[in-house]
Design a protein around this ligand. Sequence first.
Ligand code: MN
Length: 201
Amino acid sequence: MPLEKYRNKRNFEVSPEPKGRTIAGRKSSLLYVIQKHRATHLHYDFRLEWNGVLLSWAIPKGPSLDPSVKRLAMQVEDHPVEYGSFEGVIPAGEYGGGTVMLWDRGTWSPEEEDVEAALKKGSLKFDLNGKKLRGSWALVRTRNYRGSQKTAWLLIKHRDAFASSKDITQEKPRSVVSRKLLAQIARSGGGDVEQASTGDP
Ligand code: MN
């Protein structure tokens, strides 16, 4: 069942996150989104639309534009495509409780003929066309953490015109949709402003 894990973890009577529909059929452009999420720990949720859901990875340090830097990306449950429009506050005590920012959004296109085979093999090359992240990237599966059910991948920037040594998470900390910082999103959503502000520069 698509999205079963996603729905089982959440109480939609309490949290404003979308319950999600699954959409059948291929679309010509595929959504790409990164949500900056100040939950128990700050992380960046990297999501790629595929087969009517958002494949999702949690990246503790966020993406790096430097091709020599590999960023750990823990694969998490598929999310509904509508989640790619969510910015706001997940109530404290709920799964993922904290503040969510739409940090980057755009489209992606696979550099692979067969995406299913690439995912299975654990090496997916793709292009991002976001506001902050662009150009060629790779996700490469690596060893699993001991005792963890989640699968560890690495997010790596390929060498191209969009590679850079600048720290994009520090230089571009605002929402691409509302231009707000985490603390401002928490304030408007009735969340924990002090906790959220620890994720702002
Ligand atoms: Mn998250």
